[in-house]
Design a protein around this ligand. Structure first.
Ligand code: GLA
Length: 374
């Protein structure tokens, strides 16, 4: 009798216990470094797969208003395709996400120069951490359970001088998939020399399901009364301009496509929306930043962040030349990104919130993507 009871208890606990996701091999990079994938699930059947290469989120399945799951992030089916060419699909971007003018900055009286890997309008700049940014390196992975949710932590040591940046930077990103249908993203950063840091998550979302169609009918709200206009090289002018009366006003829900093709100098520079919004909350506390609703499926994504800015990019550079995991090509505006961040070119803009991380400081940054349907 006693034995049966113990057996029942053991069986019960294995049925309900949340276990740490285990690494599953997902191929190797060209130099033979093995890459693993981790699968996170929650009590409502949401599923997120992420790999150690670039911390890339490979898929994210969330329900519509009838409970039907769809994969709402763009991406490929194999590691080889990510290695070959990817516009940062699902990746962790760093050491400095977004642009640094002329690829130079000054720390402590010393000038640093980075690879010039982007040239909007013919003006060269550094973009997304360089030639081999955080999106192209293999991280160390560790499956975990935190507060009853499955998660994975990716860690990476970016060496002093890597891609031209000063200091050994220890970076970790933790993804959690909670039973509140939240994908939580937490970055933790430490350095041994002062360095600018701006890490973000570059998932392209399509709440209808990836590969299905464009995102122009998605309705977007951004809790920001200002944005940072750019010059022809996509570098902020330094001004914090009011969104009011412009196609950049998303303080109330607006279809992404409603004004994207209006004649507006800023939309010309970005070939559409590809700008940083200055979030109304600048406190550093986790605050509601944006919401996207797809009327057909009812899927909604709310974004919360501790960051002061958000880059809203509506997939202007997707041109049909990339074929996604379900065999469909990704055409212009078939996905959008909401990259929570510090403002672009902050290392050269004293008036912007500082991105400088000093030795001895431990910086944490958190972003939450919460899914629902209505
Ligand atoms: C960011 C940039 C864009 C573009 C994409 C990737 O959103 O702001 O200009 O580089 O990443 O294609």
């Amino acid at each position: 009798m006693k034995g049966v009871l113990i057996l029942l208890m053991v069986a019960g606990s294995t049925a309900f216990a949340v276990e740490a996701p285990k690494p599953v091999p997902f191929g190797a990079t060209a130099d033979g470094t093995p890459v693993d994938v981790y699968t996170l699930t929650n009590a409502h059947g949401l599923r997120l797969r992420a790999m150690t290469y670039g911390g890339i989120v490979l898929s994210l399945e969330v329900p519509d208003r009838h409970g039907k799951l769809a994969d709402v992030v763009l991406g490929y089916g194999s590691l080889a395709e990510y290695v070959k060419r990817s516009p940062y699909f699902g990746a962790v971007v760093g050491r400095y996400g977004n642009r640094i003018a002329k690829g130079t900055f000054n720390v402590g009286g010393r000038e640093y120069s980075l690879a010039l890997n982007n040239s909007p309008g013919g003006n060269k700049c550094a973009l997304h951490g360089g030639i081999r940014g955080f999106d192209k390196v293999v991280w160390k992975g560790e499956g975990l359970v935190q507060d009853g949710s499955q998660g994975v932590r990716f860690t990476y040591l970016s060496k002093d001088g890597e891609e031209g940046y000063p200091g050994n930077l220890a970076v970790s990103v933790t993804y959690l998939l909670t039973d509140l249908n939240e994908w939580q993203v937490v970055y933790e950063l430490r350095t041994d020399k002062a360095t600018p840091v701006n890490v973000t998550q570059h998932s392209y979302f399509n709440l209808k399901g990836e590969g299905s169609d464009d995102i122009l009918g998605h309705e977007l709200k951004i809790v920001a009364s200002k944005y940072t206009p750019v010059d022809a090289g996509m570098i902020p002018t330094g001004e914090l301009a009011p969104v009011s009366g412009t196609p950049f006003d998303f303080t109330i829900f607006q279809a992404i496509g409603a004004r994207v093709n209006l004649r507006h100098e800023q939309l010309t520079f970005g070939a559409g929306y590809d700008h940083n919004w200055v979030l109304d909350s600048q406190s550093g506390d986790l605050a509601f930043a944006a919401s996207v609703h797809e009327p057909g499926s009812g899927r909604t994504m709310d974004v919360f962040t501790t960051e002061p800015g958000i880059q809203f990019y509506c997939g202007n550079f997707l041109d049909g030349s990339l074929t996604g995991k379900s065999g469909n090509t990704y055409k212009s505006r078939n996905g959008f990104c909401l990259e929570t961040q510090h403002f672009p070119d902050s290392p050269n803009k004293d008036a912007f919130p500082s991105t400088l991380l000093e030795p001895g400081q431990a910086r944490q940054s958190k972003t939450v993507f919460r899914f629902s349907a209505r």
